[in-house]
Design a protein around this ligand. Structure first.
Ligand code: NDP
Length: 291
């Protein structure tokens, strides 16, 4: 039976550490860390995520600023808002919730964010540094950083391990793969054109699933004793659930429990880590602004 890697417990530890350091800043007369969240359009999942992030900020003593814009917002207006936030000393971190509505140029918006305020870690410079040996990014993207901290704080040995990352998105798969390489794992990245996917996954000592396909990773895709990190968040129909739906990951959790050595649940695994890392990044941004 697999050990359950409880992301909520580790995320609570990080949130408590951030709250403590934020309180110490206050006591020392330093500026309160501030995070500005920008939400464009009416994607329901994005609204839920932003609400959770703002609530977590308040709990950690981080000031939260919020900008909700209609989907019809012109590119120039969004970039003007980003410029205003770049110039605002009370704002240490800028979070533009992705995905942006169609018609807006995501890359241009991300590039407009001051790299010292890029707490989501998606600025091309931050990602570029992540891909280069010996070049430290200022901020790591929150979900990939959360995956790594979860592994590290759970005592998973990465050096020399065979790691397989299922998914190659800019937001999750690719940065996770780069971070695993940095941690000296031997990394294989799989995607929709990968052949013998099941066999490749079954060779992993550490398997990170970030495909967005409900319960795709079955029992026989997992090497006995492997560490399985399930990043996926998928809503599926479930007539027995109160709402008629429930959340599942990219891994068939119940069957995986029998074969994996350790596994993250969904919900309660990577999700809480993402928010905790965003708070940690915002604190780091405030510390950077001091210097
Ligand atoms: P994307 O849709 O951007 O990327 C999915 C990746 O999976 C792509 O690289 C795609 O390959 C690959 N893929 C899709 N279908 C298959 C398949 N059948 N076989 C092999 N590979 C496949 O998703 P994201 O990376 O943004 O998100 C992945 C999951 O993580 C989602 O469920 C999302 O909700 C969740 N997520 C969770 C977060 C959290 O905080 N817990 C944060 C962010 C995301 P190709 O490149 O070839 O198209």
């Amino acid at each position: 039976m697999a050990t359950i890697l409880d992301g909520k417990v580790i995320a609570d530890e990080i949130r408590a550490e951030v709250a403590e350091k934020t309180a110490a800043r206050k006591a020392a007369g330093k500026r309160q860390p501030g995070l500005a969240a920008v939400l464009v359009g009416d994607d329901p999942a994005s609204h839920v995520y932003v609400k959770m992030k703002r609530k977590a900020c308040e709990k950690a003593g981080i000031q939260s600023f919020y900008y909700e814009l209609p989907a019809s917002t012109p590119q120039a207006e969004l970039e003007t808002l980003v410029a205003k936030l770049n110039a605002d000393p009370a704002v240490h971190g800028i979070l533009v919730q992705l995905p942006l509505p169609k018609g807006l140029d995501e890359e241009r918006v991300l590039q407009a964010i001051d790299i010292r305020k890029d707490v989501d870690g998606f600025h091309p410079l931050n990602i570029g540094r992540l891909a280069q040996k010996g070049r430290e990014p200022l901020f790591l993207p929150a979900t990939p950083a959360g995956v790594m901290v979860l592994l590290q704080r759970s005592g998973v040995k990465l050096e020399g391990a065979n790691a397989v990352v299922l998914g190659r998105s800019n937001i999750v798969g690719m940065p996770v793969a780069l971070l695993l390489i940095e941690a000296n794992a031997t990394v294989t990245v799989c995607h929709s054109r990968t052949k013998n996917l099941k066999e490749v996954c079954a060779s992993a000592d550490v398997l990170v699933a970030a495909v967005g396909r409900p319960e795709m990773v079955k029992r026989d895709w997992i090497k006995p004793g492997a560490v399985v990190i399930d990043v996926g968040v998928n809503r599926i129909d479930d007539p027995t659930a109160e709402k008629g739906t429930r959340l599942v990951g990219d891994v068939a959790y119940e069957e995986a429990l029998d074969v994996a050595g350790a596994i993250t649940p969904v919900p309660g695994g990577v999700g809480p880590m993402t928010i905790a890392m965003l708070l940690a990044n915002t604190l780091k941004a405030a510390e950077l602004a001091d210097s």
